[in-house]
Design a binder for this molecule. Structure first.
Ligand SMILES: Nc1ncnc2c1ncn2[C@@H]1O[C@H](COP(=O)(O)OP(=O)(O)OP(=O)(O)O)[C@@H](O)[C@H]1O
Ligand SMILES: [Mg+2]
Length: 116
């Protein structure tokens, strides 16, 4: 049965991204199929730990949330970062948040109207 692990802190810079990246890669290496969703829309950062940038990621969580595409289209297969000696079942995906300043500002402006 799928499990969701939410990693949150009220303070910035406490290690959320590093903990998430290590936990996800560790579980994937054990043979689990793991997906990381970067919901830090205001200040995304976990993509950096996997060596991704705006050009390599393309579509992001923002595109899905605005209804521009399906969730499958924003899930980037980054299983290769696990290296060679992993289980055949190991899979790792990253759904990044947009790094585009205009996209971030647009989302934050809308979130304000939602009372966030
Ligand atoms: N376990 C750790 N031990 C020492 N330093 C750490 C550890 N985890 C993270 N750091 C360092 O702390 C800093 C912040 O880590 P990280 O980016 O993971 O935090 P964050 O909570 O995601 O930050 P933000 O709120 O900005 O997204 C980084 O410089 C990182 O290298
Ligand atoms: Mg972070």
């Amino acid at each position: 049965m799928p499990k969701i692990v939410a990693i949150h802190s009220y303070r910035g810079g406490t290690g959320k991204s590093n903990l998430t990246a290590n936990l996800a890669t560790g579980m994937a290496r054990w043979g689990y199929r793991v997906g990381i969703i970067d919901t830090d829309i205001q200040s995304p950062g976990i993509h950096v730990l996997f060596g991704l940038d705006e050009e390599t990621t393309g579509r992001s969580l923002n595109d899905y949330l605005w209804g521009r595409c399906s969730i499958v289209e924003v899930a980037h297969d980054i299983t290769a970062v696990l290296g060679q000696s992993v289980s055949d079942r190991s899979q790792l995906f990253l759904i990044p948040s947009s790094m585009n300043a205009g996209e971030i500002a647009r989302f934050c402006a809308r979130a304000t109207t939602w009372g966030c």
